[in-house]
Design a protein around this ligand. Structure first.
Ligand code: IYR
Length: 235
């Protein structure tokens, strides 16, 4: 982030003329670039989705910094259509767990359908969601489907799913690289999150991300990632 960006307060740029500032980052020497890329690849390979958390607190500033990283994501028309709600209050986490487990019970009892349940079997998930109260922090990500002008006019946001998806990817990377474990949890339907957290009508819940340290006896499913050859096509 440039100094200009840090000093200026955000205001909507909708309909403003194009303005530009110079961008001249120092070019990284190739050897350094290769070393960073290889190290990052290895560190990202070590990330696992965690569902069993230790109750130990996490440094809240690490989570805030990770959210700040996520909020640097590119977005459709630079509309930054996201809100991150950091929940540490145990009573609010308890209410989120109760409502999520209610929805999940219906899902696992048949709403998902046999094909979906079969796809989930190797992950070992079920309707019991202890991570929502065991993890010391939850980040509830909302997507802003539109923004409300001061006069109450609704302005459309563009590529909201893509923008928020990119930001969440950056958030998961930042949390992992800062030493914290996380889970992307998508109870469905998620409307209860707007009610519990009192979010406005232009916001729709996107995911709940429990954050913490893995429990001492944490287990993760024995999964294999696709190799680079299987995901990369070079033309
Ligand atoms: N939301 C449910 C089901 C679930 C769905 C997918 I796709 C997953 O990758 C994992 C779980 C749950 O959280 O259990």
């Amino acid at each position: 982030m440039s100094e200009t960006e840090q000093q200026q307060e955000w205001t909507p740029i909708h309909g403003e003329p194009y303005r530009s500032v110079p961008y001249r980052p120092a070019r990284m020497p190739e050897a350094e670039s290769l070393a960073h890329a290889a190290e990052l690849r290895e560190r990202m390979r070590e990330r696992r989705t965690v569902r069993q958390f230790a109750p130990d607190p996490v440094p809240a500033q690490v989570v805030r910094d990770a959210i700040a990283c996520a909020a640097t994501a590119p977005s459709g028309a630079h509309q930054q259509p996201w809100t991150f709600v950091l929940v540490q209050d145990p009573e609010v986490r308890r209410r989120i767990r109760e409502a999520a487990e209610h929805e999940e019970r219906v899902s696992y009892d048949g709403r998902l359908g046999e094909e979906w349940l079969a796809a989930l079997r190797p992950l070992g998930t079920d309707e019991v969601k202890p991570h929502l109260t065991d993890a010391p922090a939850l980040i509830v990500v909302f997507q802003q489907r539109y923004w409300l002008g001061e006069d109450g006019t609704k302005h459309k946001h563009y590529y909201v799913d893509e923008s928020v998806g990119i930001a969440v990817g950056m958030l998961l990377s930042a949390l992992h690289l800062s030493g914290l474990a996380a889970l992307i949890h998508t109870p469905s339907p998620m409307r209860f999150l707007s009610q519990v957290l009192g979010r406005p009508e232009n916001e729709k819940a996107f995911a709940v991300i429990p954050v913490g340290y893995p429990a001492p006896d944490c287990q993760v499913p024995d999964l294999v990632r696709k190799s680079l050859d299987q995901v990369l096509v070079e033309v």
